[in-house]
Design a protein around this ligand. Sequence first.
Ligand SMILES: *Cc1c(COP(=O)(O)O)cnc(C)c1O
Length: 346
Amino acid sequence: MTIVQTRPSLIERWREHLPFAEGDPIVTLLEGATALVPAPVISEMVGAEVYLKCEGGNPTASFKDRGMTCAVSAAVREGAKAVICASTGNTAASAAAYAARAGITCAVIVPEGRVAMGKLAQTLIHGARVVSIAGNFDRGLALVRELVERHPISLVNSVNEFRLEGQKTGAFELVEDMAGGPDLLCIPVGNAGNITAYWRGFCEMGVAPRLFGFQAEGAAPLVLGHPVEHPETIASAIRIGNPARGKEALAATAESGGSIRTVSDEEILAAYRLMASKEGMFCEPASSACVAGLLKYGADGASTVVCVMTGRGLKDPETAIERNDGAVISCAPDMGAIEEAVLGDA
Ligand SMILES: *Cc1c(COP(=O)(O)O)cnc(C)c1O
């Protein structure tokens, strides 16, 4: 059988900028090369050309796959038989998929009852061992960091350098697609790996857009300047109180001339509904935090802006069903009732 590979893996595409040699094992699901979609409604609202980097187009529907192809490939290269992570959901889903692909085992530590349904479904169907703790993400990360000191398991959270190496390719693609990149990058901030990775990628390409990072009000350690013991927000992917890459993220943001600021859950949800209903873009609540921030604080003179749509909306169907403005209309299966239901006053 001839296997036709329709496009290069992320590692093959950017090999000269990544720590992988020809002949190294590559674990890939053909991640990266995601779409950059114009956002006409948001553009009009903020008076700048706004584009959406649609990371939900990755194999497991979040940007985590860019980092995970590198982290799992490196783990396999080192002979690892197992990977582990703490996760609010998307890292778990991605690690589980790439571990399945590599034929190695995967365990994930998640906060009990706080993982969005789609992410949990993915992690389980890929065959990972899902361990839920009565504690938050930060506690889970502390525990797995200690666990890997005691056992030969590879840690694939964004404290793993390979994760950031892979994720910096998001910036490479923007520089390629926009001939030099945007003036301004808006991005949600949780554990702060992605904003750090984007800055690394831009620096390696010799460009320097401003970075606007956004945290949820109830989970804003980088804005407050200290860890938050009980982080709380509807946007579960950024419900993190002690970001592992916080220092680097603050340094990157300052160097870029940007900032990290907060948005409220109400603002996140308003942007979430606006994106879905007016732009046709169904993203996760965490992703819409960066649109909420752009709408709240403005483009600040930038003429081109990219908002990083970090994950796909289907990851979190409960929030979509509970927090939309519509409702399902029950109707008898006859013409009169159908006419009234379809055409009558809502
Ligand atoms: C992981 C994640 C984030 C936050 O990224 P960090 O690197 O942790 O700052 C934002 N949105 C989604 C959908 C995510 O999965």
